[in-house]
Design a binder for this molecule. Structure first.
Ligand SMILES: [Zn+2]
Length: 689
């Protein structure tokens, strides 16, 4: 198991470097990422390279047996470059050139930037590409984190070329963007621009393509550096991702990345931090269809960039690290090794804090190094799961570019449904339109706004072979090109679901209490759609959904939606499990089910609350065999099987008693004979008999 962090020795004098090595050995650090922001040191003037200082650092690390993740240093171009070539600086949608003095100050499309960045990557690869201690290449850093879109002339030129390659002729673009609306028609690609600031709403097709283009441009930057590296080095290559980050289609990037790696900073102030850790771990593991990933950045305690920077509670640093290992991580690394004393990240926690050795952070860092050193037999193993969640970056871009029909809550829906599986004890594989869906028993499709016929056919096929598919609104409102579905939304799924969406009828969100019936006689006599802030559901007592809700709690939980409701047209063979209650929605179908081959399709015409989601998952569980592989765990405990081990992760504030488990706990190196107490915010990793 790899353990370490970003190492920025250029911020420190030599005596500290010696202390660094001593402390790294003490903490069992075996991988550090170096040079991520070192361009100005590596190439202090155009074409003048300075590698002596890096040679020394690498030699010291190598002598101490600490592996190297060598960055190309290109995430922050030096001042000489932006002065010689101000055209590489990114431009905002209002035409403002951004300046030097922060980071990621480069245009995604600039051929000049790519030339200089690739030259540096190539020089580094020439010098260190075959170094025996080089474990990994780290290209750039968090692509798109700050500058995911550039509106400069270079970007506009590249966008036109990209569009011409995509559409071939301008009429195809006119059709795809619906340019007859508002007289936006083009007669040549030369007339097309990036979607810079406009008087009012932008063309959704243009915005969607610009997002796709920008993701491709970031990938092209990465590939240019990778090609320069490959001329001299065969070492594996990565770039650090950022979870569900909307601008970058990580699934499309994944084939070009040798080891998926991620940076992840759940807010310790949220009780959903554990859910988020589970979600991003499942996502990263899924990008290459189950291949383990590296966590390249997390914090030991607190970040500095939130309004309130809560630190992790005692035990949480190790617990969340093991949570990632449980779900497929083979490396646990932090930002950063030694806390900076100057600069924008001075107050971001690190492995060596300002206070030094005499601190909880340092004790935690040494403790985790010890724990991870016992995880050797976990490395490289897989996480079995039968539950999948379908997501698609392209659909999300269509959703984000669409004007209406309601709030865009796609990421919330993904998190909510993943959270439902998490709370029930199921790890989840993320799947994508190009994924193989066979082998999954339950497939959840939360708000896939734009869906192709191919994706719909795959879901149908999966259901016919026995999978339970849960589709939630709004899904398949557009086709994959962004064209609104006619003849009923979600019609592309009608063979699976037996429903078509006739209309969206969104509940209000806020109750209007400004009307005074004593004086506002006309308005007070009316009822507006916004007179309800949640839409309640009435569950049919003859359905399994009703019985499951009954079993969850007494009294039976009421279920509802908040932001979304629809009017459905339903085929005769569809069961209505629940209807909406109140106002114009009263009596309309809210949740439907249709048997389909060996499986079935559930449609949820609202953004269902927690109890409703949990109940539907349990209904699906009863119809499939997934429950057989679920590990029963007490409240607060997440139980995940990876390879030979069961990870028991107690997120709760109270000690948890786990019964019925036998084997050897890797953390305590002791035998487990059927009964185990896991203290609050701690874990056991039991290699089962
Ligand atoms: Zn640009």
């Amino acid at each position: 198991m790899l353990y370490g962090g970003d190492y920025n020795p250029e911020q420190w004098p030599t005596d500290i470097h010696l202390d660094d090595i001593e402390k790294m050995v003490e903490a069992r650090v075996n991988l550090v990422s170096i040079g991520i922001f070192s361009w100005a040191r590596l190439e202090p003037a155009n074409g003048e390279f300075s590698f002596g200082w890096l040679d020394e650092i690498i030699e010291r690390l190598t002598n101490a047996g600490i592996g190297i993740d060598l960055a190309t240093g290109t995430a922050s171009p030096p001042a000489w470059l932006t002065i010689e070539h101000p055209e590489i600086l990114p431009m905002t949608e209002t035409g403002v050139r951004l300046g030097h003095g922060s980071r990621q100050n480069f245009c995604l499309s600039s051929p000049v930037f790519r030339r200089y960045a690739s030259r540096l990557a190539g020089e580094l690869a020439k010098r260190y590409g075959n170094h025996p201690n080089l474990r990994l290449w780290h290209i750039s850093n968090e692509y798109g984190c700050h500058s995911a879109h550039c509106y400069c002339p270079d970007s506009a030129r590249s966008f036109r070329t990209w569009l011409e390659e995509k559409y071939g002729d301008i009429e195809a673009l006119n059709e795809a963007w619906g340019t007859d609306f508002w007289a936006q028609r083009y007669t040549s690609f030369d007339q097309v621009d990036v979607p810079r600031a406009t008087p009012t709403l932008k063309n959704p097709g243009q915005v969607n393509d610009f997002w796709a283009f920008s993701s491709d441009e970031m990938l092209a930057c990465y590939l240019a550096e990778k090609a320069a590296i490959r001329e001299h080095s065969d070492a594996p290559v990565t770039t650090n991702f950022m979870g569900l980050f909307p601008p970058t289609n990580y699934r499309a990037w994944a084939p070009h990345i040798d080891v998926i790696s991620d940076d992840s900073y759940p807010d310790p102030n949220s009780v959903f931090a554990a859910r988020e850790t589970a979600l991003v771990s499942d996502l990263m593991r899924s990008l290459k269809d189950g291949q383990p990933f590296y966590l390249l950045e997390q914090t030991t305690a607190a970040v500095q960039w939130r309004e309130r920077n809560a630190r992790k509670r005692p035990g949480s640093f190790a617990l969340q690290s093991l949570q990632r290992v449980a779900r497929g991580a083979d490396a646990i690394c932090q930002f950063q090794w030694r806390q900076s004393v100057r600069g924008a990240e001075t107050f971001h926690s690190a492995m060596v804090p300002h206070s030094g050795r005499d601190s909880r952070i340092w004790r935690d860092v040494v403790g985790l190094g010890d724990v991870l050193s016992r995880m050797g037999e976990i490395v490289g193993t897989r996480v079995p799961t039968e539950v999948a969640l379908l997501m698609d970056w392209q659909s999300q871009w269509h959703r984000a570019a669409a004007i209406g029909p309601g709030p865009n809550r796609t990421l919330e829906a993904i998190a909510a449904w993943h959270g439902t599986a998490f709370e029930r004890g199921y790890p989840v594989d993320f799947v994508f339109p190009d994924s193989d869906l066979s082998g999954y028993c339950v497939i959840i499709v939360p708000e896939l706004f734009a869906m192709s016929k191919d994706t719909a056919s795959k879901l149908l096929e999966a259901a016919q072979s026995g999978a339970e598919i849960i589709v939630t609104a709004p899904t398949a409102v557009l086709d994959e090109t962004g064209r609104a579905a006619t003849g009923g939304y979600a019609g592309v799924l009608s063979e699976l679901l037996g429903v078509r969406v006739v209309d969206h009828c969104l509940p209000g969100g806020e109750v209007n209490d400004l009307v005074d019936p004593r004086v506002d006689a006309i308005s007070a006599a009316m009822t507006a759609t916004s007179a309800i802030d949640r839409v309640e559901l009435d569950v049919d007592p003859r359905t399994p959904l009703f019985r499951v809700l009954d079993a969850i709690a007494s009294p039976r939980p009421a279920i509802s939606g908040e932001y979304w409701a629809e009017e459905l047209s339903i085929d005769d063979d569809v069961d209505v499990l629940a209807t909406f209650v109140g106002l114009d929605l009263d009596g309309l179908a809210a949740i439907t089910y249709r048997s389909c081959g060996e499986g079935g399709g559930t449609y949820v015409a609202t953004d269902l609350d927690s109890a409703g989601r949990a109940a539907l998952l349990r209904v699906a569980e009863a119809r499939t065999r997934i429950a057989g592989n679920r590990i029963e765990a007490p409240a607060g405990v997440e139980a995940v099987r990876r390879g030979p081990a069961v990870f028991l992760l107690n997120h709760g504030d109270a000690a948890a008693q786990v019964a019925g488990i036998c084997g050897r706990d890797l953390i305590s190196d002791s035998k487990v004979t059927g009964h185990l107490v896991v203290p609050p915010r701690s874990a056991a990793v039991v290699v089962t008999d």
